[in-house]
Design a protein. Structure first.
Length: 324
């Protein structure tokens, strides 16, 4: 029966290995993480099947007869078995620990030549700043094959950065800077997910991560620089996207479909400049019907310069048809 348990364990481990349970790998770091995951999974499946097989066999083999009312015969320990079930798990745990430590060291290694992106999390949006280019956007755009160090910060509560295809995950904690190293290996569009419950709008805290060729990435940088150099309402539209407004609000002009906050096309249709400005810097001063206070961050007054705030107010009035 022990042999049956071993055979079942091996078969289940093989099935677990062959079925594509995980998302497609999209980074160089994903391979090592997947190998560590499967090492642990296969060992656990094998041991579970073995223990379950022995348990089932024991229940069947040593069951009492219906008319047997005697106490069972005394059973003494078996030194060989006790040594085996102590040494074998110790070896397996040591193997898991050593291999996981090696993988962790490899994925946390930062090459001398790498790009840096500052990631800011706040309820309920991500913003990405490229310090070398002095550029801030609402989506994470990276060149394929280039190591990137993500420096994560949070403005309010704990958030957690995760792109499933990259496997790497790291918390963004208020007051400290955490780091994550990613080397994208495939072009495409992915989803940045917050995996730490961070408030009412947690489920909507998503952003796009786009991996491009080096040529396309440089073209994207040039276009973003051109947009950032624009003034007035054009700059306001760029700010609406980059500071995460679109992740919570609907605004037809910006193509945003957020459902956490009020529809700006409706609430700003007849608004004036004072109301729009107050709604940004002191969002709880007046709450739209059907919505709750304490959801929108109160940090925009500090985060935005006077010129940026003016540009954002101007854009919102123009885009929503307010100004009355």
């Amino acid at each position: 029966m022990v042999l049956v348990g071993v055979a079942v364990g091996a078969a289940l481990a093989l099935v677990a290995w062959l079925i594509p349970w995980l998302p497609e790998q999209g980074s160089d770091e994903a391979g090592g993480i997947d190998n560590a995951f499967w090492l642990v999974t296969i060992i656990c499946v094998f041991i579970f099947a073995l223990v379950a097989g022995i348990s089932v066999y024991s229940v069947w083999k040593f069951r009492a007869a219906p008319d047997d009312e005697d106490d069972g015969s005394p059973i003494h320990g078996h030194t060989g078995i006790e040594v085996a079930w102590t040494i074998v798990p110790a070896i397996l745990v040591a193997a898991i620990s050593v291999y996981s430590g090696v993988v962790l060291t490899q994925v946390e290694d930062i090459p001398a030549q790498h790009r840096t992106v500052e990631v800011t999390a706040q309820q309920f949006a991500w913003t990405f700043t490229y310090p070398d280019e002095q550029l801030t956007t609402g989506e994470l755009v990276l060149p394929v094959g280039e190591p990137v160090e993500l420096r994560l910060q949070a403005r309010d509560v704990i958030h957690s950065f995760w792109v499933p295809e990259w496997r790497m995950k790291q918390d963004a904690v208020p007051g400290i800077t955490t780091k994550l190293v990613i080397t994208p290996s495939k072009t495409g569009t992915y989803t940045v997910i917050c995996t730490e419950l961070c408030g009412l709008g947690h489920a909507t805290m998503r952003a796009r991560a786009v991996v491009m060729t080096q040529q396309d990435f440089q073209a994207w940088l040039r276009e973003r620089r051109r947009e950032a150099a624009a003034a007035g309402a054009n700059q306001g539209k760029a700010l609406f996207t980059s500071v995460g407004c679109g992740s919570c609000h609907v605004l037809q002009d910006a193509g945003s479909q957020g459902q956490v906050g009020p529809n700006l096309d409706n609430v700003l249709a007849d608004a004036d400049e004072e109301f729009v400005r107050q709604s940004i810097v002191a969002p709880d001063a007046e709450i739209a019907e059907g919505f709750q206070p304490g959801v929108m961050p109160k940090t925009y007054g500090e985060q935005l310069s006077d010129q940026q705030l003016d540009a954002l107010v101007e854009y919102l009035l123009e885009a929503a048809g307010g100004g009355g």
